[in-house]
Design a protein around this ligand. Sequence first.
Ligand code: PRP
Length: 188
Amino acid sequence: MELAEQMTSMHPDVSHVIITEEQIRARVAELGAQISADYGDEPVLLVAVLRGAALFVADLSREISSPVELDFMAVSSYGSSTKSSGVVRIIKDLDETIEDMNVLVVEDILDTGLTLKYLLKNLASRKPRSLEVVTLLSKEGKQRVSIDCKYIGFDVPDEFVIGYGLDYAERYRNLPYIGVLKPEVYAD
Ligand code: PRP
């Protein structure tokens, strides 16, 4: 087996790959070009939402030719009902103020939309000059609240997707592709 093939060969817990490493690389480059064209010479602050967006923002930032700054937020849900309640707790806030800045929130996946709804409301109250969202993945038919997301990498089916930042029980974030987790891995 070639080295490159070994590096991308499927993990045994993955049932199938839905977006390959090459497809991710090409789409991230397209998104970077689009963002660069939109912001031009204006500085843009990328606000990555930890932890899932860490890999995406690392690659995306290197595809943007506009002046880029980076900051990070970490959020968590209150209790187990977060996904349904939409109540989000800030674990780590931004290090800098964002007033009068062009803020681009970087997410790995838009699922119900509840996390972004909360985050966008919170960030908007800090009076940025502009506020937009780029998400690598958007789950088809899952959004419970409508989110104005300017840049979307890929629409994905409502399956348990992992890799390229996305985890199950903190594992698989380092897979270079997006795959679907075998149900027996997370079955009780
Ligand atoms: C994921 C993802 C988004 C959120 C999307 O984060 O990174 O922040 O869920 O879901 P929603 O649209 O239904 O609100 P997760 O809580 O899994 O944390 P992680 O990024 O640390 O894996």
